[in-house]
Design a protein around this ligand. Sequence first.
Ligand code: BMA
Length: 308
Amino acid sequence: MLIKRYADNPILNRDDVPYPVATVHNAGVVKFNNRYIMIFRSHKLNGRSILGKAESNDGFNFIVDKKPFMVPATAGIFKEYEEYGLEDPRIISLDGEYLITYSAYSRHSVRIGLAKTTDFKSVKRVSLITEADYRNVVIFPEKFNGLYARLDRPHSEISPWSIWISYSPDLKYWGESKLIIKPCQYHWDEMKIGPGAPPIKTTRGWLNIYHGVFPTMDGCIYRLGVALHDLRDPSVIIAVGDEWILQPEEQYEITGYVHNVVFCCGAVPEEDGSVKIYWGGADSVMCVGTANIEQLVDHCLNKSRQPL
Ligand code: BMA
């Protein structure tokens, strides 16, 4: 087992939230002032999503804030593009700021919003960084040749949904986009893939924990896998692990708001070489497990599949 599930999973469910929600899932997590900050998604009782915040001393026991952290904007350009809700946040720390990317839903489809905070008390929206039909955008926690880099997941009607990379000088204008990993036919990630947690720097490359989807007669199964990107040029894929690292197996992953889902938006590397991986179970609850970072890198390298 590469990932050891925490014995007291799920670590958060809707009863832990002091305002009415149907779910607590798909959270970004970072360390801030030696505490763990989690920004999670919740469905409200009308089916639209908002983002909540929880804090922890140990990364396992979280207390949820009394009020939501981000709800759809009520003014400006964000109002128009967040009307249907905010989903699946990812958080990174870069240059003394925390950057939060999230899916912004509206009658005009889904695109990616970028917000910044320095204290997790106030949050400032920066820009809508994609056009329509993007989800799962994850920014690297380092720049490359002075440019920000992000993993993208545009939608397509003529090709399975895949992982791309793009760059920006200022977090606002993005380009130099390139396809880097595609789903693999008749394989656990054959239907679509998408970035999961922000990439983790290791001596052998950037470790990318991503999700892959397989269609069955009983609906889709969401699993997690890993890929390794070149340290200097993250558009170069060193390896993609052939086998998944986590699949829905526990009751809280198999049944819920959407069955058979493990979905990751955050992972926290620790100084002892372990990583805490956070995932939403069945789009209903938050879960955590621990893994050894070097073993995840070995998993990519020892048995790989083609990236494209
Ligand atoms: C994806 C997103 C995720 C969700 C997953 C499983 O398309 O909507 O937020 O966890 O489906 O329902």
